[in-house]
Design a protein around this ligand. Structure first.
Ligand code: PLP
Length: 397
């Protein structure tokens, strides 16, 4: 075998999503790309803000000597200070540059954080439905992922969560606004989580961290605000990126922020910086750090996403699909009209609709649609949804 048994098994387990990609390619060749409705990928369809392009031009025309060299493994002090300034405003806490580590996206940041805090066999809790990469990231660093279901509104069930925490629990990963449900945790939900984590940390005599994965924090609708995790949870580490809020996923730029309230926070940051280096990231991309320094208060056009959400949500609910209306991110997570979400995804593919079954997020019986695609594609898909609902005998079709 040219690859390890573990990687071979991971490749095997991921094969269904790969099959959907291949199915998409096959359908595009037969029917033409404009007649295939691919809702599988979370790749932003909008462009970065104008200010990003202006700054990019500015750095290209007036380069700063040495701007492409290595810097401190934590990132440029002025970039970290710009991040800290906004976090201080949002949380009311004394954030400084020393609390921030610039990372290679949120995925890089999660790996850095997990490598820093996990001992072999430590458990990390993810709340299902969850971003499936968490399992691989935890495993990368010798941890064990423990999946705990949320309630019917996709919010943490504190009783279930409480009984899942034990002396091996090192961290709980939360993700609000959530991929795939679009749910946003309120300040009250965060506060009760914070209280639970504090009690359990005391009970087991070591800190349990809340790793708050927030790449969608600026993508919220209907006036909803994402409360600061730091204002509610003392043991919080924020991990985020500009993949979604500035539509820069290919540029791999994000950061980690450690709460000023964390005991021995300086040591934790030293560990994060060391792991950023030794995982081989070395530092976050230099040019992107320069650019995002001036973009901390910018975001893509959220209105575009809200309109896409509304068109798709309104049509699907009119056909009888049951959907918890998302408050953020750019996904819908409807209940599958068939018990078997894989069978449903195969039926949908007959109408050239591609989606991801809920089993891919630890929650079978649902399916995920990414609406970060062209509005035109969404609108052209609507008759296909109507036909699909008719075939399934859905009551409102
Ligand atoms: N976390 C969640 C919940 C995501 O949906 C994604 C990307 O889709 C990531 C992390 C990874 O983001 P990044 O591109 O910044 O690594």
């Amino acid at each position: 075998m040219v690859i390890s048994d573990k990687i071979a098994s991971s490749l095997g387990n991921g094969s269904f999503i790969r099959k959907m990609f291949e199915e998409g390619d096959r359908l595009r060749k037969i029917h033409g790309p404009e007649n295939v409705f691919d809702f599988t990928l979370g790749n932003p369809s909008v462009e970065p803000p104008e200010k990003f392009k202006e700054l990019l031009k500015e750095f290209a025309l007036n380069p700063i000597p040495g701007m492409h060299r290595y810097m401190s493994n934590a990132g440029y002090p002025e970039t970290r200070a710009a991040v800290a300034e906004v976090l201080a405003e949002q949380s009311g806490l004394p954030f400084e540059a020393k609390h921030i580590v610039m990372t290679v996206g949120a995925g890089g940041g999660l790996n850095v954080a997990l490598k820093t805090i996990l001992n072999p066999g430590d458990e990390v809790i993810a709340l299902s439905p969850y971003f499936v990469e968490y399992g691989f990231y935890v495993d990368n660093h010798g941890g064990v992922l423990k999946v705990v279901p949320t309630n019917e509104e996709f919010l943490p069930d504190l009783n279930v969560l409480s009984s899942a925490i034990n002396y091996r629990t090192r961290a709980i990963i939360i993700n609000s606004p959530n991929n795939p449900t679009g749910v946003v945790y309120s300040a009250e939900v965060l506060a009760s989580l914070g209280k639970l984590v504090e009690e359990k940390s005391q009970q087991f005599g070591r800190p349990i961290f809340v790793l708050s994965d927030e790449p969608y924090a600026k993508i919220v609708y209907d006036g909803v605000k994402v409360p600061s995790v730091f204002a509610q949870i003392s043991n919080a580490i924020l991990v985020t990126s500009h993949s979604k809020d500035l539509a820069l996923p290919g540029e791999r730029i994000g950061y980690l922020a450690v709460s000023p309230k964390i005991n021995k926070g300086d040591l934790l940051v030293d560990g994060l910086v060391f792991c950023n280096r030794t995982l081989g990231f070395v530092n976050a991309p230099a040019l992107m750090q320069r650019l995002v320094t001036g973009l901390q208060r910018e975001s893509v056009n959220i209105q575009e996403y809200q309109e896409k959400r509304d068109v798709l949500y309104n049509h699907l609910t009119s056909l009888g699909f049951e959907i918890n209306k998302p408050q953020g991110a750019f996904y819908l997570f409807p209940k599958s009209p068939l018990n078997d979400d894989i069978e449903f995804s195969q039926k949908a593919a007959k109408y050239n609709i591609l989606l991801v079954p809920g089993g891919g997020f630890g929650t079978p019986g649902y399916f995920r649609l990414s609406y970060c695609i062209e509005m035109d594609t969404i609108k052209r898909s609507l008759p296909a949804w109507t036909e699909l609902a008719k075939e399934l005998g859905m009551k409102k079709a």
